[in-house]
Design a protein around this ligand. Sequence first.
Ligand code: NCD
Ligand code: ZN
Length: 343
Amino acid sequence: MDEITLRRPDDYHVHFRDGDIMQAVLPETARHFGRAIVMPNLVPPVVTGQDAAGYRARIMAALPPEMSFEPLMTLYLTEDTDPNDLAAAHAAGIVTAAKLYPAGATTNSASGVRDFENIIPVLEKMAEIGMPMCVHGEVTDPQIDIFDREATFIDRVLEPVRKRVPDLKVIMEHITTTEAVAYVASAGANLAATITTHHLMINRNALFKGGIRPHYFCLPIAKRESHRRALVKAATSGDKRFFLGTDSAPHVDAAKETGCGCAGVFSATNTMSCVAQVFDDAGALDQLEAFTSLNGPRYYGLEPHEETITLRKEAPRFPQHIASKDGPITLFDPEVDLQWRVV
Ligand code: NCD
Ligand code: ZN
């Protein structure tokens, strides 16, 4: 097989930021992806329906006119989120989902939730109206080892919250561990998970290969090789609860290559080549379309795209950086020879 045609893919977890960075990275996503779940962790975060409508308008204004793309907006859950505002924004089609960040878990998450008890009424409203919740699944307790924070979150937070609000549709975002794969696989129809490009391709050794490598630092942090293999197995398994969310998270190089660098891997540009490579290497190209283009829309209650994209077995070429007015943004380097190019 040296050519493969898929329904147009979607990205179920992306960071566009705002302003000049958004201007630089938005075409990188819209070139291949028809829709994306847009993360709300701006500074200040997207917390109300009005914030989301404004952000959506800025995205549409920044989109090159020849590109077709639909941003699926999210609200950032806080302990002060008004269930009625959230429900009205959902009913009006302004927002698709809401995002739960434990306070302090990741980039720009200071406004996140400290006491999960305080958001139960919002979650009950979401369950009632059929609005899904995307979760950053890591505890923030500094006593917990950074490599254990996802598995601990499942036991301490996710399972109790899902028991309290069983009808809530949940997406465990950017899963990185065998524990998360097993938890999602064992759950019912109200739990799914996204998997990123980079977590399918690198393990934690990449962070320290020959020195400290800030462009491989993201949260959740990459885990050991056995976990990466479990992610590949889940992604290529055909299980409809696993789908692509790149977590493409641009930071300019100056913010990454410093004494306390930001978390985030920017992969929008080469994701389709990377993911095709992972599936090809696993002998599972027949499952690629399900992972990139079918399982996500199915879980979110959307139609898959009628349009298609074609990948050909030809070495693609990518730049090392994307230029932005704020400075260069380094593209994810999978450190393997990619063989698939979107034509
Ligand atoms: C994301 C970012 O930069 O906004 N960073 C990351 O490492 N993934 C935040 C997030 O999704 O956790
Ligand atoms: Zn993210």
